[in-house]
Ligand binder design. Structure first.
Ligand code: CP3
Length: 368
C-alpha cells in the first residue's frame, strides 16, 4: 500500500466536527478535549513505558497508538482525534534544543537571551519537510489506523506563544525575558514572529498533505499580552496564518476546505477581532460566559469550549449541571458549536469522570 497516496485514506464515517466548524447544522454538538491523549490515561503510561516524550512523538507507531487511545476508550463519544505531538516542535525545527523533563515540563538548554542568540535562530534555514518529516509520517500512519472513525486534527503553536518558550524556556510567572524582548527590541521580535509564522504556515499545510483533516493554532500565552500588545505581537501573525494557509494548500493540490481553529487563552478582550480573523472556529477558555461570547460572535464563526477543566473534579451532579449550562449557553449545540474544555486535561483526572462528562454532552446535545 502506498502510505502517502491521499486517495487511499479510509472513508470518513463521522464528519460532525468538520460540518460544525464550517457552520453547517449538526444533529448534536461534536465533542473532543484538548490534551485528550496523555498522562491521565493509564494506557498512555503503559505504552510510553518511561520513554522520552519527544521520542514517543517521533515514533509513528507509538504516537499513532497514543493518539487513538482516547478514541478507543471513549468509543462513540469523541468526534475527533488530535495527533500526539507538541507545539514545541517548531522551535526544534528552528534549530533549538528542547527537552521534556519528567514531571517538570519543557526545558531549553540554550535560550534566546542575546542578539547573537536571536540572529542565530533568524539565520537558521528550516526545511520543514525534512526537519519535521517524522510528524508527517505519524499523521499519515494515524489517519490510516483511525480507519475513518473520526477526523484527525493537526496543530501548531501560535507565534507569540512560541516566542515565549524560546526566550523564557517554559511557562513563567513574570514573563520577564519575553516582555524585555518585546519592549527593548520589538523589531527583532517581529523578525522572529515572522520566521515562526512562515514555518507554521508550511508545517500546517504539510500536516494536511500528510492526512490532517482540521487544524488548530494554540496561542496559549495570548492572555499574557494586553489588548495593545496583542494587536501588535500576536494578532497580525495569527491572521497571516489563516490568510496564507488556503493559498499554500491550493499550491499543494488540496482543493477541499480545511477547517481552522484559533485558541488564544486568556485574550478575552480580543474575541471580536478573533471572530474576524479568517478562522472557522474560535476556541474559548472558561473566562467567557457562553451567552456573552455568542452575542459578541453574532454568527460569524463556530465557537468551541469552554468548560473549566476543574469541573471534572466535581460530583456527577455538578458535571451534569455545568454541561447543561454550557450547551444551552452556546445555543443548544445544533449549529456553530463544538464541545471542549477551556484548556487541557490535567494528569490527575479520573478517566471515568471524563467519560461521564462526554456522555452528558451527548445527552444534553441530542435534546430536540
Ligand atoms: O492530546 C493532545 O492534546 C495532543 C497532544 C498535545 C500535547 N501538547 C501533548 C503533551 C498537544 C496538542 C499539546 C500542545 C501544547 N504543548 C500546548 C498548547 C496547549 C496548552 O496546553 O496550552 C502547550 C503550551 C505545550 C507545551 C508543553 N508541552 C508543556 C507546557 C508541557 C508540560 C506540562 C504539561 O502541561 O503537560 C508539555 C508536555 C506534554 N505535551 C505532555 C503531553 C502529553 C506531557 C508529557 C509527559 O510528561 O508525558
Amino acid at each position: 500500500m502506498q502510505l502517502l497516496d491521499r486517495s487511499k485514506f479510509p472513508e470518513l464515517k463521522n464528519d460532525l466536527i468538520l460540518r460544525a466548524a464550517l457552520g453547517q447544522p449538526v444533529e448534536r454538538p461534536p465533542c473532543w478535549i484538548m490534551r485528550q491523549a496523555g498522562r491521565y490515561l493509564p494506557e498512555y503510561h503503559k505504552v510510553k513505558d518511561g520513554r522520552d516524550f519527544f521520542e514517543t512523538c517521533r515514533d509513528a507507531e507509538i504516537a499513532s497508538e497514543i493518539t487513538i487511545q482516547p478514541v478507543r476508550r471513549y468509543a462513540g463519544l469523541l468526534d475527533a482525534a488530535i495527533i500526539f505531538s507538541d507545539i514545541l516542535v517548531i522551535p526544534q525545527a528552528l534549530g533549538m534544543r528542547v527537552e521534556m523533563l519528567e514531571g517538570k515540563g519543557p526545558h531549553f538548554p540554550e535560550l534566546i537571551r542575546t542578539e547573537e542568540d536571536m540572529k542565530k535562530v533568524l539565520d537558521y534555514h528550516t526545511d520543514v519537510l525534512k526537519e519535521l518529516d517524522w510528524a508527517f509520517r505519524a499523521i499519515t500512519v494515524t489517519r490510516h489506523k483511525l480507519g475513518g472513525q473520526v477526523p484527525l486534527l493537526g496543530f501548531c503553536g501560535g507565534p507569540w506563544t512560541l516566542l515565549v518558550y524560546m526566550t523564557e524556556g517554559g511557562g513563567s510567572r513574570l514573563f520577564r525575558f519575553a516582555k524585555q524582548w518585546l519592549n527593548e527590541s520589538p523589531e527583532l521580535c517581529h523578525k522572529l514572529l515572522q520566521k515562526i509564522t512562515d514555518v507554521a504556515v508550511e508545517f500546517l499545510a504539510q500536516q494536511v498533505v500528510a492526512g490532517a483533516q482540521m487544524l488548530q493554532v494554540f496561542e496559549s500565552w495570548g492572555g499574557e499580552l494586553g489588548p495593545r500588545d496583542f494587536d501588535e505581537f500576536s494578532l497580525p501573525y495569527i491572521r497571516q496564518i489563516s490568510k496564507r494557509l488556503p493559498h499554500r494548500l491550493k499550491e499543494l493540490g488540496i482543493e477541499e476546505q480545511i477547517p481552522l481553529t484559533i485558541f488564544s487563552k486568556g485574550s478575552w478582550y480580543a474575541l471580536d477581532k478573533l471572530c474576524d480573523s479568517g478562522y472557522n472556529a474560535v476556541s474559548l477558555d472558561w473566562l467567557w460566559d457562553p451567552k456573552d461570547a455568542v452575542k459578541v460572535n453574532a454568527g460569524r464563526v463556530t465557537l468551541q469550549g469552554n468548560l473549566d477543566p476543574g469541573v471534572i473534579y466535581g460530583t456527577d451532579e455538578v458535571i451534569s449541571k455545568r454541561v447543561e449550562e454550557m450547551i444551552t449557553g452556546f445555543g443548544g449545540g445544533k449549529k456553530q458549536y463544538i464541545v471542549n474544555f477551556g484548556h487541557g486535561t490535567h494528569p490527575f483526572m479520573d478517566p471515568e469522570k471524563i467519560k461521564f462528562f462526554l456522555q452528558e454532552c451527548h445527552r444534553v446535545g441530542s435534546k430536540k
